[in-house]
Design a binder for this molecule. Structure first.
Ligand code: ATP
Length: 290
């Protein structure tokens, strides 16, 4: 085998709670993550040279060590020395710095691709142990589907996926730094925490309508204050038939959940033809084949 292509899938957070700030600066979280059917594509080709080159379709994305694809190759190489050089082509479709874990998904897909290309035979668990070195969301991006994640995001309990629905993603034209959002989160008594246990119960019962009113993201308290357009997009989505609308991760992407395909398409058309959403994508939940 000389080359391989992997898909790197985005995620949304159906629920996101932050439990506490740890002495090491990280935060303990309790989140429900769901993979969606939106992916980047990563092609990895062996070359006879020693070097690793990464190319991307987005001119503004670094392709050196700052790119998580490049970092994933380095982490993989530290553990499993591979002799040949690599030409990697990254075709990005997941909006960047959007709360959709695009970079983490690329890192996960790169680890998977290298494992297949070099037939290193690592199990999913072993890949996940490498993945955590690259970022808190990388283990989930390797596992995919739906899961409850704890710790800094690395403790994963698989869950049944969100029941069949349409998911509308709208990313406004604002930039959000995940680090900044966590640093500005105030975990005082007044803050409302999502009821993650009840969300898990609703997912296990395959009950979309019990799940919807429970969906909350504690990070909205920071990001929406700084970018009120997120609240406006949520409001517009709900007025156009979304059962609920929530920010994903640290934002700024807002997603709406629709149980009606036609309403979802109409809302998609509305956002596409307006200035509300810089990037607008209509998708659905994704579960990997077992
Ligand atoms: P998360 O939800 O995990 O916080 P995100 O979706 O908000 O992630 P990313 O798209 O992963 O954010 O990008 C965050 C930063 O990482 C960007 O500023 C970008 O320059 C950098 N980055 C490094 N590698 C990649 C990559 N392969 N794809 C996207 N961004 C990358």
């Amino acid at each position: 085998m000389n080359s391989i292509t992997e898909k790197a899938y985005a995620k949304i957070n159906l629920g996101l709670d932050v439990i506490r700030k740890r002495p090491d600066g990280y935060h303990d979280v309790s989140m429900i993550m769901q993979t969606v059917n939106l992916h980047d594509t990563i092609s990895i080709k062996k070359t006879k040279f020693q070097s690793v080159t990464v190319r991307s379709n987005l001119y503004y994305l670094p392709t050196d060590r700052r790119n998580l694809v490049y970092k994933a190759v380095e982490v993989f190489r530290e553990h499993y020395p591979i002799r040949s050089g690599l030409n990697i082509t990254l075709n990005k479709r997941i909006p960047v710095a959007a709360g959709l874990a695009g970079g983490s998904a690329d890192a996960a897909a790169t680890l998977k691709g290298l494992n297949r290309l070099f037939q290193t035979g690592l199990s999913l668990e072993e890949l996940m142990q490498l993945g955590i070195k690259l970022g808190a969301d990388v283990p989930f991006c390797l596992m995919m589907g739906c899961a409850h994640s704890e710790g800094i995001g690395e403790i994963l309990h698989p869950l049944p996926p969100i029941p069949d629905c349409k998911i509308l993603l709208v990313k406004p034209d604002v930039s959000v730094s995940t680090k900044h959002v966590y640093e500005n989160l105030r975990l005082n008594e007044e803050i409302s925490h999502p009821d993650i246990s009840s969300m898990i119960k609703a997912l296990k019962e395959n009950n979309l309508y019990a799940l919807i009113p429970l969906m909350e993201n504690i990070l909205e308290t920071v990001t929406i204050k700084e970018h009120p357009i997120i609240e406006e997009i949520k409001g517009l989505m709900k007025s156009k038939g979304a059962l609920t609308a929530l920010m994903s991760g640290s934002g700024p992407t807002v997603y709406g959940i629709f149980d009606n395909k036609l309403k979802a398409k109409q809302a998609y058309d509305l956002f596409k033809s307006s200035d509300w959403g810089y990037q607008v994508i209509l998708t659905e939940p994704y579960s990997p084949a077992k």
